[in-house]
Design a protein around this ligand. Structure first.
Ligand SMILES: *[C@@H]1O[C@H](CO)[C@@H](O)[C@H](O)[C@H]1NC(C)=O
Ligand SMILES: *[C@@H]1O[C@H](CO)[C@@H](O)[C@H](O)[C@H]1NC(C)=O
Ligand SMILES: *[C@@H]1O[C@H](CO)[C@@H](O)[C@H](O)[C@H]1NC(C)=O
Ligand SMILES: *[C@@H]1O[C@H](CO)[C@@H](O)[C@H](O)[C@H]1NC(C)=O
Ligand SMILES: *[C@@H]1O[C@H](CO)[C@@H](O)[C@H](O)[C@H]1NC(C)=O
Ligand SMILES: *[C@@H]1O[C@H](CO)[C@@H](O)[C@H](O)[C@H]1NC(C)=O
Ligand SMILES: *[C@@H]1O[C@H](CO)[C@@H](O)[C@H](O)[C@H]1NC(C)=O
Ligand SMILES: *[C@@H]1O[C@H](CO)[C@@H](O)[C@H](O)[C@H]1NC(C)=O
Ligand SMILES: *[C@@H]1O[C@H](CO)[C@@H](O)[C@H](O)[C@H]1NC(C)=O
Ligand SMILES: *[C@@H]1O[C@H](CO)[C@@H](O)[C@H](O)[C@H]1NC(C)=O
Length: 510
């Protein structure tokens, strides 16, 4: 048997003369045989396929082996189209029950394949089962029912399925043959709110009779929401609490119509409110000092279990745990922290939150929880240039929260400040002044402020003073002179706009 440029890993039982190869590709497992022919339904001829490079042309030579001394059988030639690794041999080129030799040729490579033109021939495959639509049953645990036609009593069917939502382990589960009925199967113990693929193939006496069918994809039916939610909150605003949670089963069709029930206690009374699904985070603003803040998902089939947010987070003295943040080329930010926390806790969890600093306070972008031993995490999300972001680290021990134990600010790209500092000028004498200013609001900084520049201008003199502090004493000015004064702020990207220009008269000498 010739291997036609196969670099993939190959396995499987050799059946008759054909060999199946499993080629791992992005779409999961696609199946190809080295060279095999599939007897088409309704006796429409053969679909011969092979493993090879679709960008080169192959020739199939088909010869009937029916010996006839007077009329040696002619060789029929078929050439593949570019981009295809299969050729359809029409019914009219084939005679029922004749024996054939098929040769696949490409340059010096050649592979031979013998078969008898009959759908029961063990060297030929038949088309895979046509699976019925999936029907569901089961009250508490979901099961899916599928069926298929059985063209001959000698055939039975093998079934495999996989949970597509379970991105961690996209592996086929093979149904126990003893549970598969002649023409139907019940897949039980399916996860709710999940998408599955199911495939079938014909077998006979431990011999493969078809390739796996195309996948039939289905979602398990809707039930009442299950499982906990990931709930978190802000700690930086005194006037209210913002509760955030990640909506459940975002990929589940219809889950965007779910509602969320928020309950909380405030001022001695218990309250409840309903909020709609929102991507990528749901949020609700609650009064300051609310307690017992819990969220549950709700759909037509019922309400899920509540998940509660931590009421307080002990703002311990900063532990100065080192945090590093870098932009992840593919998505969001990757955060690393030095795991030198000396927490006495059985089940310590880190919570890393990523917020955007805005005029209205910090706005949650994303968060993630990590067990001890995992010192870094990637938080997916979109980053905008010149926007101040902040990453904070919290520690959670059962229901106790501490933090932020460390905080770091970062930009995906710095710009120049969009505003200049507000400054005030204080005369010290007729020739000396003291200028001081406040920090620019963080959402106007557009980057890390590296320095300020103070400008003084008069008809006779112009001065420029770079300074890193937020104040400056200037002496040696001319008495009884009008000065124009302004201040700018700079980041690594450059100097920001100039703001208000103040006109200042130095005192005269008496
Ligand atoms: C023949 O098999 C190839 C490869 O499996 C497939 O792409 C093609 O659609 C089949 N053709 C027919 C007519 O069944
Ligand atoms: C098919 O190809 C073979 C060898 O290349 C050649 O001998 C034969 O005549 C061809 N058959 C037809 C029908 O062209
Ligand atoms: C399976 O194989 C055995 C022995 O090879 C044979 O006797 C039997 O008839 C076969 N059964 C079917 C359903 O083909
Ligand atoms: C929250 O409670 C604290 C102490 O119990 C109190 O000082 C503060 O005023 C309360 N805040 C609001 C907005 O009620
Ligand atoms: C859930 O609700 C949907 C729509 O209301 C309904 O069609 C479905 O049968 C329900 N599922 C269960 C398991 O009750
Ligand atoms: C980017 O994020 C992925 C996880 O999404 C992570 O595996 C990878 O290490 C990160 N890359 C860098 C450079 O941090
Ligand atoms: C991230 O953590 C994993 C283990 O948790 C480690 O293998 C990996 O090297 C870390 N990556 C970086 C960039 O620190
Ligand atoms: C300057 O002060 C005004 C009025 O107090 C304020 O609106 C403005 O935001 C301040 N600008 C800066 C850059 O601090
Ligand atoms: C400084 O003052 C002089 C004279 O008043 C004027 O011509 C010049 O444009 C001023 N410079 C700036 C940068 O405002
Ligand atoms: C001026 O700035 C320096 C450095 O930031 C600071 O230590 C000092 O207290 C400031 N002086 C006044 C009077 O604000």
């Amino acid at each position: 048997m010739t291997w036609i440029g196969m670099t993939h890993w190959c396995w499987l039982r050799a059946v008759g003369v054909f060999l199946l190869l499993f080629v791992g590709d992005l779409g999961g497992n696609s199946e190809v045989c080295s060279l095999c022919c599939i007897f088409l339904r309704e006796d429409r001829g053969l679909n011969c396929t092979w493993a090879g490079n679709a960008n080169t042309q192959y020739t199939l030579h088909l010869q009937s082996l029916k010996f006839n001394i007077n009329k040696p059988s002619t060789v029929l030639n078929f050439t593949s189209l570019l981009g295809r690794t299969s050729i359809l041999i029409p019914r009219k080129s084939l005679t029922k029950n004749d024996n054939y030799l098929l040769k696949l040729k490409h340059g010096a490579e050649e592979e031979s394949y013998y078969f008898t033109y009959d759908d029961a021939d063990k060297n030929l495959l038949i088309e895979p089962p046509l699976l019925s639509d999936v029907m569901f049953s089961g009250e508490s645990d979901v099961s899916a029912h599928i069926s298929w036609p059985i063209p001959s009593d000698n055939l039975h069917v093998a079934i495999r399925y996989q949970n597509l939502a379970d991105t961690n382990s996209k592996e086929w589960i093979y149904a126990d043959p003893s549970d598969i009925q002649h023409d139907n199967y019940e897949i039980s113990d399916l996860e709710p709110f999940s998408q599955y693929d199911v495939q079938a193939r014909y077998e006979s006496n431990n011999t493969l009779r078809s390739l796996w069918s195309e996948s039939r994809t289905f979602w398990t039916p809707e039930q009442a929401p299950v499982g906990p939610l990931d709930v978190w909150r802000n700690f930086d605003m005194k006037q209210f609490v913002i509760l955030y949670w990640k909506p459940q089963h975002c990929q589940y069709p219809g889950s965007d119509k779910w509602n969320y029930i928020v309950t909380y206690i405030h001022g001695g009374g218990s309250n409840a409110l309903k909020t709609p699904y929102r991507e990528p985070l749901c949020e609700v603003k609650l009064p300051a000092n609310s307690t017992h803040m819990c969220v549950s998902a709700q759909n037509n089939n019922g309400t899920g279990p509540p998940t509660c947010a931590t009421t307080v987070c002990l703002d311990t003295k900063p532990l100065d745990v080192e945090i590093r943040v870098w932009l992840n080329v593919t998505q969001g930010v990757t955060v690393w922290w030095d795991e030198s926390l000396n927490e006495r806790c059985e089940d310590l969890t880190y919570l890393v939150e990523w917020t955007q600093l805005t005029e209205g306070g910090s706005k949650m972008k994303n968060w993630a929880r990590r067990q001890v031993g995992k010192q870094n995490v990637t938080l997916p999300g979109k980053l905008d240039p010149q926007v101040p972001y902040q990453v904070s680290l919290f520690t959670l021990c059962q229901s106790d929260c501490k933090g932020p134990v460390s905080t770091i600010m970062f930009y995906s790209q710095e710009g120049v400040p969009s505003s200049a500092p507000n400054f005030s000028v204080l005369p010290l004498s007729s020739t000396d002044i003291f200028i001081s200013w406040n920090e620019i609001p963080v959402w106007k900084q557009k980057g890390f402020i590296t320095s300020y520049t103070v400008y003084l201008n008069s008809t006779v003199d112009s001065q420029r003073h770079p300074v890193s502090a937020r104040n400056l004493s200037i002496s040696g000015l001319l008495p009884s002179t009008v000065y124009e004064i302004w201040v700018t702020a700079s980041t690594a990207a450059g100097e920001g706009t100039r703001g208000e220009v103040k006109v200042f008269h130095t005192k005269g000498i008496y």
